[in-house]
Design a protein around this ligand. Structure first.
Ligand code: SIN
Ligand code: MN
Length: 281
């Protein structure tokens, strides 16, 4: 276990199991963040199927699957502390199910409505159980004004909420609607308001390079970025090896087909340091 203090991981796991999210007391240092940012910026400039745009067709909204073609992103998903963390939270070996960076460009980045990730993974891909975990690494400082992720603690225990009956139109729109501002599977605003009154909500803010984990069933959203500051959020989803989807038809850059356990591997270019910044609110 590469985390400095062994009991810390069990504390993290009990926070995660109770709340559906937790802050990791480590962050990537500024040089590492700079390197990741360079790679993602370069990918955003390419016309590739993994690059998705906002409704204007020119502002990059997200890039997917970069670990399959960029060596730094590939090293990131194998970072020993990230793999160890995911294994500890899920209780066994893991592989990378999905890798994405949501860009939330200054003034242009559009919201993500309230939703649960597991709705997409179960309904679209046939993921049997929510035995996966998202690790979030902002590549920019995240503050209240640039569209931080907002989570409803404890909502991961409620199962899937408000699943719609699929229409022919939804089916025709396909995977692009799973990554657009008009998501296919949302939790209604009324339901989210009522859950937030009962459980509260947490804005996941913090400096670039900080680390959080959140559960596939936690109800979460983020607002439009009305500020002058970009908010790029890198998300790695590790899935338990025994929880591979039964019906993956979406592109491989959204749903990894190979569920062989990820082998941890160190890379001196990617450095974690203790993160002593105050927790989210
Ligand atoms: C966001 O980038 O704000 C949304 C991330 C997510 O829904 O997983
Ligand atoms: Mn999500």
């Amino acid at each position: 276990m590469a985390f400095a203090v062994e009991p810390a991981i069990s504390d993290l796991k009990s926070d995660y199991d109770r709340d559906g999210w937790c802050k990791i007391p480590h962050r990537f240092d500024d040089e590492t963040v700079g390197l990741l940012r360079e790679r993602i910026d370069s990918i955003c400039g390419r016309r590739r199927p993994e690059v998705v745009y906002e409704k204007d067709g020119k502002t990059v909204r997200a890039v997917h699957g970069c670990h399959a073609f960029d060596d730094i992103c590939a090293a990131l998903v194998r970072h020993p502390q990230l793999v160890t963390l995911a294994e500890a939270l899920l209780g066994g070996p893991v592989y990378v199910y999905q890798f994405k960076v949501n860009l939330k460009q200054a003034h242009e980045g559009a919201a993500w409505p309230w939703h649960q990730d597991f709705a997409f993974w179960r309904e679209e891909d046939g993921m049997p159980r929510p035995d996966a975990v998202n690790i979030a690494v902002p590549l920019d400082d995240v503050h209240e004004g640039n569209g931080p992720l907002v989570v409803i603690p404890g909502s991961h225990t409620l199962g899937l909420l408000d699943l719609p009956a699929m229409t022919g139109e939804d089916e025709k729109n396909g995977w692009l609607q799973h990554v657009s501002a008009d998501l296919t599977y949302t939790v209604t605003g009324a339901r989210a308001d009522s859950l937030a009154r009962e459980h509260g909500k947490v804005l996941i803010t913090g400096r670039a390079g900080s680390l959080h984990a959140f559960h596939p069933s936690i109800v979460h959203s983020s607002s439009n970025n009305l500020s002058a500051d970009r908010r790029a959020l890198l998300l790695i989803t590790y899935n338990a090896v025994g929880n591979a989807p039964t019906n993956p038809t979406r592109p491989e850059f959204l749903v990894e087909r190979d569920s062989t356990a990820t082998t941890p591997g160190g890379d001196g270019r990617l450095r974690l340091v203790p993160d002593v910044s105050p927790s989210d609110g």
